[in-house]
Every structure is written in structure tokens, then in C-alpha cells.
Design a protein around this ligand. Structure first.
Ligand SMILES: [Zn+2]
Length: 253
């Protein structure tokens, strides 16, 4: 049996299909999987992506019919996810755990800055409207890098290790990672969380420079430099997925 030929998507095959349910169009990503025995649907809550997995010999026609049949399920599951909060004028986002309202100041000079407005804090953005989302995104990434670099250096100093580099990514699957070469990677979204959560993540990744596992010894190291491990882990369990709704483009719904 020409198995290899079956493992891959046919060149002419689209990687996604559209289905319609209740007058809404839903994009469904399609992937063939060698071990798949039947058609299955999954929703990635972080990215709001709908993924249909099909057997190597399955047909796109059957895949479409399957997705269509489960249109109500797809709609209900996406509906239950937190409302996306794209970077637009008027949207409130948490910066270091504190609510900030995005205010577009078209006429002002500069890029992004914070203003106290009585009880509220504004995240002001200058320039033309089409650049607003990117400017906010760049600003948050810069702030994330600064805080995570400082927290990682402090954690490294306390554990007597050295770090090579801190990189900020847009990964949706994990909050942080650590390579054997000493490069620490973090999700920029940690800047949205309260500082004790960001500090915990830094302590966690830096501790991996000594223990590349999640053993008891590892957790003892983390606890030695971070006094609020349980509190931070609980916070991430409860609120972590909510951080993924910020900046998600509206079209991807
Ligand atoms: Zn870990």
C-alpha cells in the first residue's frame, strides 16, 4: 500500500473549509492524520480555531458533511469562549493586572503612553487608525520583554545561574519555555497578568536551567525563589485562558 502518499494532504486539497450554521460562516481547518479512524472536531480555545481531523483515506466531501452536521456544536462551543477583545478604541485590557482603556489620539504625537484619568487609566495611542492595533501590540511586547527580562535576571541571580537571552513570543500553547542553551521564551500575554503571575513564570523557567523536569527537586527550587507558587498557578488556571482573547482579530471568529 502506498502509505506515504496517504499521509499527506493532496496538493489540490484546501486546508480549510467553510460551513454555514444559523447564517454564520465558520472556518474549519482540515487535517489528515495517519492514525485517525474517524472524523473528529476540536476547538482550540486559545486561538478560537476549529480543527477537523480525518483518516488518511477520508474524503473532503465527507469531512464537509461531518462538520456541517456538527454546526450547532461548533457554534455553541465558540459562543462559550470569552468574547474577543481586539485592540480597538474603547476596549479595556488589563496591563499588569490593572484595567486600561484604549484611547485613540489621532492628533497627538508619539506612539503609546499611559494617562491617569481619575479612577481609570487610559492607554493612549497616536497616529492613524489602521496602525492602532499594531502599535498596542508592539507596546505590550516591549513592556513584557522588560518585565520578564528583569524577573528572569533576578530569579537567575537567586539561583546562581546565568541566562543567555529572553525572547518574547506569540505562542498560544504555553506561557513560557526554556532551552538547554539558556534561552528563555515567554508569551507576551503575561504582561496582562498581575506581576506575581509573571514573576512565578520567570522563576519556573529559570529553575528549569537547573532541573529540566517537573520533579520534586524542581518545585523546591521554584518555591525557594518564589513565595506565591500556588497562588500564581491557581490564577493561571482560573484566568489564564481569558488572556488569549485580547488582540485576537475579529475576522478569525
Ligand atoms: Zn515547566
Amino acid at each position: 500500500m502506498p502509505l506515504r502518499a496517504l499521509l499527506y494532504r493532496r496538493p489540490s486539497e484546501p486546508s480549510a473549509i467553510n460551513i454555514v450554521f444559523d447564517r454564520e460562516v465558520y472556518l474549519v481547518r482540515v487535517r489528515r492524520h495517519r492514525q485517525a479512524r474517524r472524523y473528529t472536531l476540536r476547538i482550540h480555545s486559545a486561538t478560537r480555531e476549529v480543527v477537523l481531523t480525518m483518516p488518511p483515506r477520508g474524503s473532503l466531501k465527507e469531512a464537509r458533511a461531518f462538520a456541517q452536521k456538527h454546526g450547532a456544536w461548533i457554534a455553541a462551543r465558540l459562543d462559550r469562549l470569552p468574547e474577543p477583545a481586539p485592540f480597538l478604541h474603547g476596549i479595556v485590557l488589563p496591563l499588569r493586572g490593572i484595567d486600561h482603556r484604549i484611547v485613540h489620539r489621532r492628533e497627538s504625537r508619539g506612539t503609546v503612553w499611559i494617562e491617569d484619568a481619575g479612577d481609570e487609566r487610559n492607554l493612549c495611542v497616536a497616529g492613524a487608525a489602521p496602525h492602532l492595533a499594531r502599535r498596542i501590540h508592539d507596546f505590550l511586547k516591549r513592556e513584557a520583554k522588560r518585565d520578564l527580562e528583569a524577573a528572569s535576571r533576578l530569579a537567575a541571580q537567586r539561583l546562581g545561574v546565568s541566562i543567555k537571552r529572553v525572547s518574547i513570543r506569540d505562542q498560544s500553547s504555553r506561557w513560557g519555555s526554556c532551552s538547554t542553551t539558556g534561552v528563555l521564551s515567554y508569551s507576551w500575554r503575561l504582561i496582562l497578568a498581575p506581576p506575581f503571575v509573571l514573576d512565578y513564570l520567570a522563576a519556573h523557567e529559570v529553575a528549569h536551567l537547573i532541573e529540566m523536569n517537573h520533579s520534586r527537586r524542581f518545585w523546591r527550587l521554584v518555591a525557594r525563589i518564589c513565595p506565591h507558587v500556588t497562588r500564581a498557578k491557581t490564577w493561571l488556571d482560573v484566568h489564564g485562558s481569558n488572556l488569549h482573547r485580547y488582540g485576537v482579530p475579529v475576522e478569525r471568529r
